[in-house]
Design a binder for this molecule. Structure first.
Ligand code: FCB
Length: 464
């Protein structure tokens, strides 16, 4: 019997067609470990996690889930969940140490074996080329604020594409460029930890340029059909109150969070209101002739990562309209809801709102949910099993939200749970557990949680 039904939990049951994709997701630095093996060189996360105070608990990805050594067992685990798709990322510094020059065959061989293992298990590989592990040498040469990094990324993408495209159908260029640009270069809470607003604006443009260059080159080299895409982190930005000031703050948050990515990708240019706002701050996207056409290269699917929605206020807590530098206040206010262990409010109805809005504002673009999930303070029993009612409910409510958006016409083709395994949650280290499978970091034993069993049964029910 379904473990959740057996416990008498009442969860929404959503229906999806047989063609709907079901997957689980991970990323390289968060699970692989083996950071110095087979020629891999350091990434910005190896460096950043060494900075005192940068990562909770002083944690780093040196060992992580030791997936590099346990890959065949992990693929068997994925298969046991009944998913049809596995979304993973490729570590750039494994494939191309230092971020330029020739391929490192030993590093690329890992992803070659992973691909074969997945296909043999009947699981479709969904490759993300960049999930934040920039080779440190490229950061030393300027990182994403430097235009050259976009070209380096396209070269690297081709090394992976040349090797795997005979077997891999699904190609995502970037994961969440907002996090790379904003968290990494503007506020410095993620690698490389820089705090430079103008650099972050340059990073946005060069990330998008890298996406466009890579997509063009992969498509030109393709000898069969592929699905090309990019994954964005999305949320909703609602005005806290219906005042002009709060509406302006919500517009700015939505502009910086979503539209400065999707408008150039789908509408051929940066949104004018954001260009004007940046000009008022004395900065601009470093656009050169031809860039916007490259960025607007057609792609086939938008990966949507969703965790929660927010409200925005245009005044700070003291009622001021401007911050200490004289810029308009954009203050996030979390909706008053139950929270996850990350402190994130649980807002499934805003997920529906977002998906319907993406369908309306960016028509003709199929969507796949490439990440959705939650961290909670799990308690494992003696056998390692976690009865995670909270995570199970989160997943069920968000799947129901996806179904509701589909009913309203949004073209959503799949849903991948974040994450397969408990893993290195960036600046939060190992303290925050997002896995549907529990990892005992001392022994590396994996134990599917209740949420994993529920996910497996939900997939089976929808296929039946
Ligand atoms: C996303 C990241 C992913 C994970 C989740 C919780 O922003 O893409 O790696 O950390 O958040």
């Amino acid at each position: 019997m379904n473990p959740v039904a057996a416990r008498g939990l009442l969860l929404p049951e959503a229906d999806f067609p047989p063609s709907f994709r079901w997957g689980v997701a991970t990323s390289s630095y968060q699970i692989e470990g083996a950071v110095a093996e087979d020629g891999r060189t350091p990434s910005i996360w190896d460096t950043f996690s060494r900075v005192p105070g940068a990562v909770a608990g002083g944690d780093n990805g040196d060992v992580a889930c030791d997936h590099y050594h346990r890959m065949p067992q992990d693929v068997a685990l994925i298969k046991s969940l009944g998913v049809d798709t596995y979304r993973f990322s490729v570590a750039w510094p494994r494939v191309q140490p230092g971020g330029r020059g020739p391929v490192n065959p030993a590093g690329l061989a890992f992803y070659d074996r992973l691909t074969d293992e997945l296909l043999a298990a009947g699981v479709d590989p969904w490759v993300t080329l960049y999930h934040w592990d920039l080779p440190q040498e490229l950061e030393d040469a300027g990182g994403w604020p430097s235009r050259d990094t976009a070209y380096r990324f396209a070269d690297y993408a081709m090394l992976v594409f040349d090797k795997l495209s005979d077997r891999v159908d699904n190609w995502t260029t970037l994961n969440e460029p907002w996090c790379s640009a904003w968290l990494g270069y503007a506020i410095g809470v993620h690698a490389p930890g820089r705090k430079d607003y103008d650099a972050s604006i340059a990073a946005v443009h060069h990330l998008l340029l890298g996406h466009g260059l890579a997509t063009q080159r992969m498509r030109a080299a393709a000898t069969r059909e592929h699905t090309f895409g990019i994954t964005l982190n999305t949320g909703t930005a609602d005005p806290l109150t219906d005042t002009e000031t709060d509406r302006a703050a919500a517009r700015r948050a939505d502009g910086m969070g979503l539209r400065i990515y999707l408008d150039p990708l789908r509408k051929g240019g940066y949104p004018q209101d954001m260009v004007d706002d940046l000009a008022a701050r004395g900065t601009a996207f470093p656009v050169r002739d031809g860039d916007l056409a490259i960025i607007a290269t057609p792609f086939d699917v938008l990966g949507v990562n969703f965790y929660f929605g927010q409200d925005f206020s245009g005044t700070d807590e003291q009622g001021s309209l401007v911050d200490e530098d004289g810029h308009p206040v954009v203050r996030a206010v979390l909706p008053d809801r139950p929270r996850t262990a990350m402190g994130w409010p649980i807002t499934p109805e805003r997920f529906t709102q977002l998906l319907v809005r993406l369908h309306r504002d960016y028509p003709g673009l199929p969507l796949v949910i490439t990440e959705n999930g939650a961290a909670f303070d799990d308690v494992a029993d003696e056998s390692g099993f976690v009865t995670d009612d909270d995570r199970t409910a989160y997943l069920a409510e968000h799947l129901a939200a996806v179904a509701a958006a589909r009913e309203q016409g949004a073209d959503i083709r799949g849903y991948f749970a974040w994450s397969l395994l408990d893993n290195f949650e960036w600046a939060e280290g190992y303290a925050k557990r997002f896995g549907i499978v529990h990892v005992d970091y001392a022994t590396q034993v994996r134990t599917p949680k209740q949420s994993a069993l529920w996910f497996r049964d939900t997939i089976a029910r929808n296929r039946a």
